[in-house]
Write a protein that binds this ligand. Structure first.
Ligand SMILES: Nc1ncnc2c1ncn2[C@@H]1O[C@H](COP(=O)(O)OP(=O)(O)OP(=O)(O)O)[C@@H](O)[C@H]1O
Ligand SMILES: [Mg+2]
Length: 322
């Protein structure tokens, strides 16, 4: 394979410049959310019966997999399930009211109520925080019921255990695991610019990369190779294999299901993170992965730098340069 024009080190440089959220920016966002968490703890120490019990940074900011053009942070607020309304339609206004009690500095205009989350916007940093309520009744591993954004269904899981799951994969492949996840997410983002209907959820990508890395199927320290291997796997396997992890349960326990894609939550063997994906969406992911795999292959065999860049731009977008 020819990597004269674009090889691992060129992808590393591009990722540093264009793909990854800079450490300093991540810190500004994390600090902002940590201040909220501290304020909630203060409020709780003064009002021990307050219904909001804990706040966790979740999602890519917590896992170190955020992209540079991040527009939202994820926060999970643990609410004591005995106090919260069981009807999800009432849950969000109820949560908004409790947040106003704990955070009097947050102005009403900063909070938008969505069907099953709240969005809090901070003008100073431009950060939008998606606040997801978790119905909690004291589990020591912070397992609780999150309300699905899309269906309103309650799903048992644990945000801190997800973060720990990712942390273990990062420790097994320092730098590279998170970088390959970010590059894959960046690929999705670029495809979506032209094809807004294309869907491939970040959490599913992370679990897919973890599944392949756990099995030693990825050469994670060579990014062109690792990306080519992931795309080749998607094209060949076409999501026929079930993805499940033995960290917290025996994968054999995963429910039988007719869902076209099965990528099970590492915490709950009854929660398929891909349950909403249709067969048409599965086929589209395969088609896009085939194109990306072909483009990388062509890039690696191209004889001129102009051709090499042209092929890489199909994968990593028009801003790709080397
Ligand atoms: N279907 C699901 N079941 C259980 N937990 C989920 C599910 N989807 C998301 N989560 C939780 O929400 C977190 C954020 O998921 P999301 O797909 O937004 O990824 P992300 O890492 O925040 O990526 P992005 O940078 O795109 O926001 C996950 O780490 C996980 O804890
Ligand atoms: Mg997120």
């Amino acid at each position: 394979m020819s990597v004269i024009h674009v090889g691992h080190s060129e992808i590393v440089r591009f990722a540093d410049e264009r793909v990854n959220l800079k450490r300093d920016d991540a810190k500004v966002f994390r600090d902002q959310i940590n201040r909220l968490r501290d304020r909630l703890e203060q409020h709780l120490s003064e009002h021990p019966d307050f219904a909001l019990k804990k706040m966790f940074l979740s999602g890519s900011l917590a896992k170190g997999t955020a992209l540079k053009l991040i527009n939202d942070g994820d926060v999970a607020v643990y609410v004591s399930s005995g106090d919260a309304p069981s009807d999800t339609q009432q849950l969000i206004p109820w949560l908004a009211q409790r947040l106003r009690q704990a955070f009097p500095n947050i102005k009403p205009g900063q909070v938008v109520e969505n069907p099953s989350t709240l969005t809090v916007s901070f003008i100073e940093t431009g950060l939008r925080v998606d606040v997801v309520p978790v119905l909690y009744s004291g589990d020591p591993n912070w397992k609780g019921y999150i309300v699905s954004k899309h269906t309103g269904e309650k799903v048992l899981t644990s945000i801190p255990m997800h973060i720990d799951f990712t942390r273990r994969r990062k420790a097994a492949n320092e730098i590279h695991f998170a970088q390959v996840v970010r590059l894959m997410k960046f690929w999705v983002r670029n495809q979506r610019l032209e094809n807004p209907e294309f869907r491939f959820k970040s959490f599913m990508i992370e679990l897919l990369v973890a599944h392949l890395a756990d099995r030693g199927l990825l050469q994670l320290d060579d990014y062109p190779e690792a990306l080519a291997q992931i795309f080749a796997h998607i094209a060949k396997d076409s999501f026929k294999s079930t993805i499940a992890f033995g960290d917290h349960y025996d994968p054999k326990l995963c429910a039988e299901t007719s869902h076209p894609i099965r990528i099970w939550d590492p915490i709950n063997h009854q929660n398929n993170t891909a349950s909403r994906y249709t067969d048409a969406q599965r086929k589209t992911i395969i088609e896009f992965a085939l194109d990306a795999g072909d483009a990388i292959d062509s890039a690696l065999h191209a004889t001129t730098k102009a051709d090499t860049l042209r092929y890489w731009r199909k994968v990593l977008g028009s801003t790709f340069d080397a």
